[in-house]
Design a protein around this ligand. Structure first.
Ligand SMILES: NC(=O)c1ccc[n+]([C@@H]2O[C@H](COP(=O)([O-])OP(=O)(O)OC[C@H]3O[C@@H](n4cnc5c(N)ncnc54)[C@H](O)[C@@H]3O)[C@@H](O)[C@H]2O)c1
Length: 369
């Protein structure tokens, strides 16, 4: 039994690591074993060792040399994703990386090609699309409740992260910003529901050149904003359907829905794609408005680690990971396309093709993928 469990080295013990450590050591511990963790800041490592009973701390470099570790979970800041993932792949490790896959499409493609050439699995966040909310929405679409999809809207309206994140600077640097930070959740949900994207038009602007941190411990420190903070785009899907998306850190208040999908027979109000849960609402052509529908799938709780567990299971089954690089690469290209379309003043024609991943099974119990 022990040998079937995939040993994982976790790089980055920052803000988001807690939920990964928790789920990997309690929910998905029949599939993966957190073998070691690493952080450049020793106190963060200590906290992980103590709080989640991780057996050992190692440096990233030690992990690369450790034959017992098969899979690297890269949950460092976005600007580290490419370098750490590349070094891990070149050392023969499978990799699961937080979003975004990389800061630009060329780097993302390079990682995908290294993984393919070395027969390694490369996957990454988000895995929220595998949760109960998006999977229920997907089932409604696949079962024909809203007919043929005509279009969608997706709105991630927020005022930014400097009021709560202890170290929010990276959100305002290349690889951060609302599109690279939150876009992956929204775009991943859209392509899982609607299929691949074939062309993209984008525009962006920035409201504030400087941000003041109001969270602790960096209270009142300034952040120089180096990436657009209000990003709008139009997506044309391979099916011919279209979607409008806005991601912003410049909005003080909005009542817009998060994601709505419009079909020839009805509409779906999709729950927060940054979460695993519902509620999911369906409106049909009977005119009675949106009604909440029961969730059809498991994993309504914060199940971060689900995508990594699925990837680890694929090492045994030979299946394609649901949160694999065919998906994270397509999402990265779409996000980059939004910016390049604005720079060139032209529609961007997508190079990668995307086929929707298989839906989650409905008879799973917690811990299974
Ligand atoms: N914070 C959230 O709520 C949240 C939610 C979902 C996803 N994410 C994503 O997760 C990633 C990490 O976010 P975070 O908020 O945890 O960031 P963070 O800054 O809190 O933590 C990142 C950690 O990585 C460590 N690190 C960097 N390079 C390293 C190396 N070579 N070896 C060892 N450790 C190294 C840093 O020291 C830091 O502690 C980002 O990609 C972010 O987009 C964050």
């Amino acid at each position: 039994m022990e040998r079937d469990i995939v040993n994982v080295g976790v790089v980055g013990c920052g803000n988001i690591s807690g939920i990964y450590f928790k789920n990997l050591t309690t929910v998905f511990n029949d599939i993966v074993n957190v073998y070691a963790c690493a952080d450049l800041i020793k106190e963060k490592e200590e906290k992980a060792l103590c709080e989640y009973k991780i057996p050992r701390a190692m440096t990233f470099e030690q992990m690369l040399l450790c034959d017992d570790i098969q899979l690297i979970l890269n949950i460092t800041q976005p600007f580290n994703h490419y370098e750490i993932s590349k070094r891990a792949l070149l050392a023969g490790k499978h990799v699961y990386v937080e979003k975004p896959l990389s800061l630009n499409f060329e780097q993302g493609l390079e990682l995908i090609n290294i993984a393919k050439a070395n027969k390694l699995l490369l996957g990454g966040a988000p895995d929220t699309f595998m949760g109960a909310g998006i999977q229920t929405s997907r089932k409604l679409i696949d079962d024909g409740y809203i007919g043929d999809i005509v279009g969608a809207t997706a709105f991630m309206m927020s005022k930014g992260h400097e009021s709560w994140h202890p170290d929010p600077e990276f959100y305002y640097k290349p690889g951060g910003g609302p599109m690279f930070d939150m876009g992956p959740y929204y775009i991943t949900a859209l392509i899982n529901l609607m299929g691949g994207v074939k062309s993209v038009a984008g525009m962006n602007t920035t409201a504030f050149k400087e941000r003041i941190i109001t969270s602790q411990p960096k209270y009142m420190q300034k952040i120089e904003v180096e990436t657009p903070t209000h990003v709008s785009a139009m997506l044309q899907f391979q099916s011919g359907a279209t979607a409008s998306i806005i991601t912003t850190f410049d909005c003080k208040k909005s009542d817009l829905p998060l994601i709505e999908i419009y079909g020839t027979k009805g509409s779906i109000k999709v729950p927060d794609p940054n979460c695993f849960s519902g509620p999911v609402y369906l409106a049909t052509s009977d005119g009675s408005g949106y009604k909440e529908v029961p969730l059809t799938h498991i994993y309504p709780d914060n199940s971060r680690g689900l995508g990594l567990a699925d990837l680890a299971k694929c090492l045994k089954t030979g299946n394609t990971p649901k949160a694999g690089c065919h998906q994270t690469g397509h999402v990265l290209e779409i996000m980059c396309a939004v910016f390049s379309s604005f720079e060139t003043g032209r529609y961007y024609k997508m190079k990668t093709k995307y086929k929707r991943t298989e839906p989650m099974l409905r008879d799973l119990v917690k811990g299974q993928v």
